[in-house]
Write a protein that binds this ligand. Structure first.
Ligand code: A3P
Length: 337
């Protein structure tokens, strides 16, 4: 086992990182294991800070994803659903106001902040100033935090969570390309990187428990009649975004009216947020955005946006053994890749 330490329970949150089981990745990054998930020290501090200070509201909306599963897209879609023009529209309007969308001038990550990016104390107080001012009504946040690690404040509130899942092999390909493009780490070979990914040794990993945390919760919600988690697939949205958009709008309590459907509102939102449209906007071709404490080129959030790009990275035999591993990990959960 790569774990070098046992957890020391008698430590306060602030000092906990050094007392958790740890592993050093091949990139020289130290990860600590908290509630079954790996975090680097920055993310761990963010998590502790969220636990301590974040106050969820019942009207909050959380967009949860494993990194590189379509977070940017989900942010664009949900922000547009929530902020679309009121319905019914006044007689002389056609719904074209959507053309005024802030997405035309801001990268989706600038419109929907990551919980992990919120600073509660000192310096730049993003939370109390910007977030509350920009988002009147329903606040939308995103996070890569596993369900199992969310702050009690979120778990105990009546807020809603949308989880977007993507084929992990495409997640791997997307991550590999993203890290390479932004120079975040010195990557070794595809084989070694894929091994690390398959072991779950990365921040927010292992991804199978990440998926299962939200999956189980999305099932549980049916039993209690209190649906907290909507579980969506990237591949389904790619095939046809309309059913997913309808599900999201209903789930969030902003369903599309018959009039809106007839006027083509759903298609307009899908087109506005499509990969091709967002990728080609000037705001996304240039500039940088700070996410998860890194400066990231806006353009690198829009790479290919395809299903099955893993085939350009992994051999059929790598894929086969990975699929076997996934079958084991998801056995009995009702979840299938
Ligand atoms: P690829 O690297 O496979 O192209 P995240 O937003 O979680 O970082 O995920 C990024 C992935 O989502 C990238 O995948 C990116 O191209 C894709 N993506 C970004 N915007 C998209 C959109 N509007 N529609 C579909 N995919 C999108």
């Amino acid at each position: 086992s790569p774990e070098v330490k046992k957890e020391d329970e008698n430590v306060d949150d602030e000092g906990k990182f050094d007392h958790l089981p740890q592993v050093k990745t091949q990139h020289g990054i130290v990860l600590a294991k908290y509630k079954g998930f790996w975090f680097n020290s920055n993310l761990f501090q963010s998590l502790m800070s969220l636990h301590k200070h974040f106050e969820a509201k019942d009207t909050d909306i959380f967009l949860a994803t494993f990194p590189k599963s379509g977070t940017t897209w989900l942010k664009a879609l949900v922000h547009t659903i929530i902020n679309r023009p009121p319905s019914p529209l006044p007689e002389n309007h056609s719904g074209e106001e959507i053309i005024q969308s802030p997405l035309l001038f801001s990268n989706p990550h600038q419109l929907v902040p990551f919980l992990e990016n919120i600073r509660f104390e000192g310096g730049e107080n993003y939370y109390s100033d910007d977030v509350n001012r920009i988002q009147i009504g329903s606040r939308i946040f995103s996070s890569h935090m596993p369900y199992q690690c969310l702050p009690d404040s979120i778990l105990q509130s009546n807020s809603k969570i949308i989880y977007l899942y993507r084929n992990p092999m495409d997640v791997f390909a997307s991550t590999f390309a993203f890290v390479l493009e932004n120079g975040f780490a010195k990557l070794t070979s595809v084989e070694e990187e894929f091994q690390l990914f398959s072991n779950g040794n990365q921040s927010y990993g292992p991804f199978w428990d990440h998926i299962l945390g939200y999956w189980n919760q999305s099932l549980k919600a049916h039993e209690t009649d209190k649906k907290r988690v909507l579980f969506l697939r990237y591949e389904d949205l790619k095939k046809d975004p309309n059913p997913g958009l309808k599900k999201m709008a209903e789930f969030l309590g902003f369903p599309f009216s018959v009039k809106e459907e007839e006027s083509g509102m759903i298609e307009r939102i899908a087109n506005l947020c499509s990969f091709e449209n967002l990728k080609n906007l000037e705001v996304n071709r240039k500039g940088e955005t700070e996410t998860l404490r890194f400066k990231v080129k806006n353009s690198s959030f829009f790479r290919k946006g395809e299903v099955g790009d893993w085939k350009n990275y992994l051999t059929p035999s790598m894929a086969e053994s990975f699929e076997k591993l996934m079958e084991e990990k998801f056995a009995g959960s009702g979840f299938a890749m």
